[in-house]
Design a protein around this ligand. Structure first.
Ligand code: ZN
Ligand code: ZN
Length: 256
């Protein structure tokens, strides 16, 4: 019987050069989120003594689903991904969306549709843990490959409705570079300065910066703060709309 009173155990699995996959263990079930490659995931499963039952994909980019077929062949795991992008997810078995949600070992999993990085991008929320792929990074957000600033702002606003204590597990270790960019826009943000000290220290010992809470993201992530007075002043866009300011932040980060 699943015991949903106990929080799922989450194991961070570094992949490729700066990707993260995550193992999520609940009872006899174990899911991997965004396996870019199979080998490090298999090694982590062996180390923990866990058997893979599910593969979850936030979007179709190969650095998030490149390990799907190999892991499925070896373990028989069920692949769950965005229903709207089913034709682009290798080996998909179950397509999900906001209306369907999903269930994992008796836990209700919230699926948020967050298009813009890709048009089918989703975030899985398992208990208080949000797996945001390349939509929300720590102190950053994904590039707008298949959407515009309005679409990404709408998607990030949806993520911001999650409780502040929600833990954000994102797809890449970009936090240090994101934070350095954030400081160019908001050098007077004390929470940001303090956080960057922690991030620099973690990276100096090559420790992951994930996860962080949504509350901390709201205080320090410039992509969630386009209406901050200091950011508006840095952009010289004090009278502009929220989406225009957001678009300018994204454009500046592209050149950073
Ligand atoms: Zn991507
Ligand atoms: Zn990626």
């Amino acid at each position: 019987m699943p015991n949903t009173e106990i929080e799922p155990e989450i194991e961070i699995v570094p992949c490729l050069s700066d990707n993260y996959a995550y193992l999520v263990k609940s009872g006899d079930a174990c899911a991997v989120v965004d396996p870019s490659e199979a080998a490090p995931v298999k090694a982590a499963l062996a180390r923990k003594g866990w058997s893979l039952t599910h593969i979850l994909n936030t979007h179709h980019h190969l650095d998030h689903c490149g390990g799907n077929l190999d892991l499925k062949r070896e373990t028989g795991a069920t692949i769950v991904g965005p229903g709207k992008d089913a034709d682009r997810i290798p080996g998909i078995d179950v397509g999900v969306d906001e209306a369907s949600g999903w269930e994992f070992d008796g836990r209700k999993v919230k699926v948020l549709e967050v298009p813009a990085h890709t048009r089918g991008a989703i975030t899985f929320v398992i208990d208080g843990n949000a797996f945001t792929g390349d939509t929300l990074f720590l102190m950053g957000c994904g590039r707008l490959f298949e959407g515009d600033p309005q679409m990404m702002w709408t998607s990030l606003s949806k993520l911001m409705t999650l409780p502040d204590q929600t833990k954000i597990f994102c797809g890449h270790e970009y936090t240090q570079s994101n934070g350095r960019f954030a400081l160019t826009l908001e050098p007077g943000n004390q929470a940001l300065r303090k956080r960057m000290e922690d991030v620099e220290a973690a990276r100096a010992r090559q420790a992951p910066t994930v996860p962080a809470t949504m509350g901390l993201e709201k205080q320090t992530n410039p992509f969630l703060r386009p209406d901050s007075a200091e950011i508006r002043k840095s952009l010289d866009m004090e009278g502009a709309s929220t989406v225009a300011a957001f678009g300018e932040i994204r454009a500046r980060k592209d050149k950073f």
